[in-house]
Structures are given as structure tokens and as C-alpha cells.
Design a protein around this ligand. Sequence first.
Ligand SMILES: [Zn+2]
Length: 397
Amino acid sequence: MSRYRLLPTPAQEAVLRDHCGHARYVWNLAVEQHSHWRPGRASAPGYLEQCRQLTQARAEHPWLAVGSQTVQQQALRDFAQAMTAFFDPGNPAGRPSWRKAGRHEGFRIVGRGRQWDVRRLSRKVGQVRVPKAGWVRFRWSRAVPPDAKSYRVTMDRAGRWHIAFAVIPAPVPAPGNGQAVGIDRGVAVSAALSTGQMLHAPALTGRERTRLRRLQRKLARAKRGSNRRGRVRHAIARLRARESDRRTDWAEQASTGIARRFDLIRVEDLQIGNMTRSARGTRENPGRNVRAKAGLNRGILGSGWGLLVRRLEDKAPGRVEKVRPAFTSQRCSACGQVDPKSRESQAVFRCTACGFACHADVNAAKNIAAGHAVTARGGDGAARPVNREPHLLLQSA
Ligand SMILES: [Zn+2]
């Protein structure tokens, strides 16, 4: 996904905001229809039925009818895809939820040539055609992928518009050196490689964090609906957007580097979607352990781990293997001994049997590289969370 800063004129911005509002309305309508659904009941209306209902709704509501049908239909299609992902047991996606004004603003356009197109005006400026808005300028900060089939326009909480052209990233060719690497997700260190290399996802600087805390205190004191509150929220949103931009860039670069250097990439199968799910819960466990998980969730999301793994899977298709994480950090990567006491501290691993010492995350990464689905005392290899390492979950909770 390559993202560009979109620069609409005020008139175009009004059209884009309408598109966002319509897409959100239609999406939320679909959420509402599906929210009454429980296993065993007759199914909620599918995409085709919803499209017929949309036609009806447009006939009844002029404000909806003046909007772009493409935008509205696409919102339904996105929702149908999100539901499919939700029901796929192999996919960590959660149940599609309500979209809120000011928070989830965006819409998608497909159909290049018919509905949209892109052209370059000058070295630094491009234009994209948006239904009902015409040609909208954007910063040509890098080449637009020629095979882009669709795009998504979003407005972040800071009021900045972006456009992302959807394209499956070209796979990075394997180096052909036969080397495997293991990657361990850490909370303090973003990722440790079995080679000993540590990857740190960028975060806000100390000064930025101080500023963020100050703004958050200000926000708590500001009166609801006041101008001051709006300004403070805007400033907070800008800081958050800066942080997420940095992390996205980091994940792109790190994943390309790893895909280039190793033939086989093994990562822990942490099912980050499950671990970071909020009160909505999972399919199996609706909304349990919500508070206990919150601390770790922030750590995992903050480390950019999920993003890194997704990018690796895009760039090295068929070369990424997920390894069950059980005991990877209690097992000695030199002699194979499993002993919780070997993990001296969060950072230090020292084997109680052979004396091998190493950074704890690197030791775990080496186990992952070797593809050990370690099962200690009682784990049978097939049963899932029998012996899941408890400290992995407790580290920063
Ligand atoms: Zn050992």
C-alpha cells in the first residue's frame, strides 16, 4: 500500500466529506442489520440483498441519492469482505464494528478507467479522478504503482487527507542462500532476529511523549464542545499520526530487508488479532481478560509487530512460516534444555544445563528459526494452549 497526501480544494473537500459520510452511513446500516445475528438464526441479509435495499434507501432519502452510488456500494462490498474475514477461523480479524464520525473517515473506489484514473501533472504533483469531485491533486511523493486497481481515500483525525492505491506488493525475490531466520516479537525490543540483530520500531521521542501527556491533561480539563478542546484534540491527532507514519515506514523497510536476506522466515504465531482484541472479544471468548490484556496490547501494537508480519507475508509469499511460540523463551537454543529458570531476567537467558548465555529474545528467535514447536512436559504438540508460556502474557500487563 503506497500512501500519498491528497490536496483537495475546499469545494472538493466538501464532496469528499460527503462521500465519507455516505460510506459511514451505509456501513453502519450493515453493522446494525448484522448485530442482531447470532449463530443458529436465519442469516442476516447478504451483499446482493443489501444492494437492493440500498437502491430503495436512495429512492427514499434524497441526501443519499445525491451521493455517489459507487461509494455507497463499495462500502457494502467492504463490509461483506470484513464479515467473510470475521468468519474465517484462520483470520484474526474481529467483527466489523461501528464507524464513528471524525474517527473512521474514508471510502474506496474501484474500477480504474471507468470510475477513476490517475495522471501526473509535474514532478511533484499528480491528480486522481474521484467520482463527483473531479481531478484532485496529490503529492507525487513516489511512483504510483501502474497496476493499482483501486484506491482508498481517508481523512485522519488531524484533518489530513490521504490516498492509498491498493496493489499487492511485488514479491521480493528470495536470495537463494538457503538461510532461515527466526524473528521473536519483543515488547521492549520490537523484534529480535536469530542472527542477533535487534529491530526497533520508531516511537515518539521523549519530547514528543512529554508534549502528548501535557496535551492529554489539557484535554481532560477542556470543556466539551469548546474551541480549545477541538484545538487540543487536533494537536494530539497530529502527534499520533506522526507516530503511525514512522512505524509504517519502518515496517516497509524492515520487511523488505529481511525478505531480501533470507530464504525462509519463521515468526511466532501469536495471533496478534486475538491478543489485541478489545472488549468486543473473540469468536470463542467474547470479551474476557480485557483489562489484563490492555497493557500488553499497547506494547504489541506499539512495536509494530503485526504490521511487520503482514508485510513479510506480502513480500515473501510462501516463505513465511508461523511457529507455535510455546516455550521458545525457556528452551536453550544450544542444547535444547527447557527450564524456566534459564530465563534470568527479561533480557538475559543463561542455560541452567550447559551455561549458554545470550540475549533472551535472540535465544527465542534462534528456537523459532530452528522451527521448534517445543512441547515441554505435558504439551502434546497438537493441543493448542495447554502449556502456553505464562510470562509472555504477563510481561507488561
Ligand atoms: Zn543449554
